[in-house]
Each structure stands twice: as C-alpha cells, then as structure tokens.
Ligand binder design. Structure first.
Ligand SMILES: [Zn+2]
Length: 62
C-alpha cells in the first residue's frame, strides 16, 4: 500500500541544512559566561531550506 507523503523541502545548497552556528567572540561577560553570537546562513536566512521562489525563477525560463 502506498502512502501519500509530502517530500521534505530541499536543503539550502549553501549550508546543506546547517543554517546556524554559534560563534564565540572571545572573552567572557561579567557573569562569567562566554560571549556567543549565532551566525545565520546568508543564503537561506537561518531556515536551512531552499526557497520556493528559487525553483520558480529557474523553471520560468524553460
Ligand atoms: Zn543556508
């Protein structure tokens, strides 16, 4: 018996789905915790998925 499932959205080709990374800035805050920022993939803006409009743009020219 076949099941109708929605295929998952394709992963971002720039980050392969790993859209965010924690980066230490060096040093520690006054509380003793490491100073950390989250860097998001600029291509997918931290979603990890490829945007649908990219598909539309590539298929529109055919
Ligand atoms: Zn990405």
């Amino acid at each position: 018996m076949t099941q109708h499932t929605v295929p998952p959205a394709p992963a971002c080709p720039d980050c392969d789905g790993f859209s965010a990374a924690k980066v230490t800035l060096g040093g520690r805050a006054h509380t003793g915790a490491l100073r950390i920022i989250t860097a998001h993939c600029p291509a997918c803006h931290g979603t990890g998925k490829q945007f649908a409009r990219r598909f539309a743009a590539t298929s529109a020219g055919r």
